[in-house]
Design a binder for this molecule. Structure first.
Ligand code: FES
Length: 123
C-alpha cells in the first residue's frame, strides 16, 4: 500500500473539489487553504450518484469547533472533510483518504476510513 501522486498542489483551486481515481476508488480531492488538502469519497451515499467533487466546499461549527465541510449538490447533506462522516447522520460516511503534499505534489494514500452507505442505498 502506498501513496499515489494525483496532481500538483497548484492545480487545485482553494474552495473547489476535483475528482480523482486513486487505487480504483473515486475520490473527491479538496483544497481548502494554502496547503490544506482533504480527500473523501466521490460517491454520494444519499443520492447514489458520483457527484461529491461537484459539491459545495464550506465550513461549519460543531461544538464550538470549526469543521471543514463538503455539501452534496443533490440532497444537500454536509460531510466533514476530515473524516468523510455525514454531519446529520454519523452512521453514513463518504470515506476518507490521507493526503500529503511532497515537493508540491498532492499524494493520496490508502483509505483510512471506508465509505459507509445508507440503509436505503444498501437495500
Ligand atoms: S498499492 Fe498501496 S494502496 Fe494501492
Amino acid at each position: 500500500m502506498s501513496f499515489s501522486r494525483v496532481c500538483a498542489l497548484t492545480q487545485l483551486t482553494p474552495g473547489r473539489a476535483v475528482a480523482a481515481l486513486v487505487h480504483g476508488a473515486q475520490v473527491a480531492v479538496v483544497r481548502v487553504a494554502a496547503d490544506e488538502v482533504y480527500a473523501v469519497g466521490h460517491h454520494d451515499p444519499f443520492s447514489g450518484a458520483n457527484v461529491m467533487a461537484r459539491g459545495i466546499v464550506g465550513s461549519t461549527t460543531v461544538d464550538g469547533e470549526p469543521v471543514p465541510t463538503i455539501t452534496s449538490p443533490m440532497f444537500k447533506q454536509a460531510f466533514d472533510l476530515r473524516t468523510g462522516v455525514c454531519l446529520s447522520d454519523p452512521t453514513v460516511s463518504l470515506g476518507s483518504w490521507p493526503v500529503r503534499v511532497v515537493d508540491g505534489q498532492v499524494e493520496i494514500g490508502p483509505a483510512h476510513e471506508v465509505p459507509r452507505t445508507t440503509d436505503e442505498e444498501a437495500s
